[in-house]
Design a protein around this ligand. Structure first.
Ligand code: FAD
Length: 345
């Protein structure tokens, strides 16, 4: 067999599966890993841990992987932090990846720092872009200081990053692509400090953010829980999904699942209405895919107005009840707001 020497280690993606299906974010990362690997002249390798994932491994190859390390064992069916860390670290010490990418999901956010600490390397969380610079070092782009900054890890390897779903497009499947599936020998009885017993899927209340045609997102300007309920009321009458900024989550007005942005969800509605929020980059990166953007803010000088198509300067607690009333009147005339869920998304 011909052995190929690479100047750089492989580009790795730690794929994530739930109930035997690889998640969309992992496919998106594989697509981008392909580009990075081509830039480095090195293969894409994907670590896939779970049970009965043969077909999924083929899809991973069809998405751009050259090699899949497949840990196929009932013990791996549900994500186990210590077990997954041990397997990934051991393999990384052997294969010496140049880059390691994980989804910025509940799993990735926990697993990435566990692995990075064991490998004594750096990790950039919630990246919104990843590019190679002229020295073939990975520039890990995150919003900060009112713009995008690049974080690099010039010496330690692998260069590790987490990326949210929706940052990169999902690659087209090329079912003719050839790749190798390497079955991992899964070590038994790896000590666990925490055990994941079950992953319970909670159906989100109302319209899901990712597929919503209209999103009403509230921020710190809601001022209190009552103000928040007013914003949520607008989302309800518009049959829109309710989104939020970080302060709204921190205040406990809403759940983390509603947060949009760098460390939240990436969304692409037809219409986005941002209420009582200032348009900070960490939030706005999550809505770059929105077609029409509206802001309601009491401060005419708020930077949010420079970023949206339509602006309304008013106290949201005063304006929204009036808007809800007007929508009611509009409907009572037999007219309907012309929208719905983007069911093909
Ligand atoms: C690493 C990192 C990651 C982050 N990730 C995210 C993320 O994913 N998503 C996210 O949202 N944030 C994120 N943040 C936080 C982000 O930087 C901002 O702090 C946050 O988005 C600001 O939220 P806001 O606009 O609601 O609050 P503020 O910036 O406080 O703005 C509140 C706005 O409400 C207006 N207002 C006040 N009262 C009223 C009223 N009665 N009626 C109408 N308007 C009113 C004010 O004029 C102001 O413009 C992150 C930060 C860091 C450091």
């Amino acid at each position: 067999m011909k052995t190929v020497e690479y100047r750089h280690g492989p580009v790795w993606v730690i794929a994530e599966q739930i109930e035997g299906r690889v998640r969309a974010v992992s496919f998106q990362l594989i697509g981008h890993a392909r580009k990075l690997a081509d830039g480095l002249g090195t293969p894409v390798e994907v670590i896939l841990l779970g049970e009965s994932l043969d077909q999924q491994a083929q899809q991973v190859i069809a998405s751009g992987a050259d090699r899949v390390y497949l840990g196929d064992d009932p013990e791996l069916a549900v994500y186990q932090p210590d077990v997954y860390t041990e397997i990934i670290v051991k393999l990384a010490q052997e294969r010496r990846p140049e880059i390691m990418l994980l989804g910025s999901t509940f799993m990735g956010r926990e697993l990435a720092p566990l692995v990075a600490a064991r490998l004594r390397t750096g990790l950039t969380a919630h990246c919104i872009d990843l590019v190679l610079n002229e020295n073939k070092i990975l520039e890990q782009k995150v919003p900060a200081y009112g713009g995008l900054i690049s974080i690099t890890c010039p010496q330690k390897r692998p260069q590790m990053a987490t990326v949210a779903k929706g940052v990169f497009p999902r690659p087209e499947l090329d079912t003719g692509r050839m790749g190798e599936v390497v079955l991992l020998k899964v070590q038994k009885n790896i000590p666990r400090r925490i055990e994941t017993i079950e992953i319970v899927r909670e159906e989100p209340e109302g319209v899901p953010l990712e597929s919503a045609a209209i999103i009403v997102a509230g921020g710190a300007g809601a001022s209190d829980l009552e103000g928040w309920h007013t914003i949520a009321g607008l989302a309800q009458v518009m049959n829109a999904a309710l989104g939020s900024t970080r302060p709204a989550v921190d205040e406990g007005w809403t759940e983390l699942e509603t947060m949009i942005g760098q460390s939240g969800k990436m969304v692409s509605p037809d219409l986005y209405i941002g209420v009582g929020l200032s348009g900070e980059l960490q939030h706005m990166v999550g809505i770059v895919g929105a077609k029409v953007m509206v802001a309601i803010n009491s401060d005419a000088k708020s930077p949010v107005f420079e970023q949206v198509d339509y602006g309304i300067v008013d106290d949201c607690r005063r304006f929204i009840p009036v808007l809800i009333e007007k929508i009611g009147e509009y409907r009572s005339e037999g007219r309907e707001l012309n929208h719905g869920n983007q069911d093909e998304r």
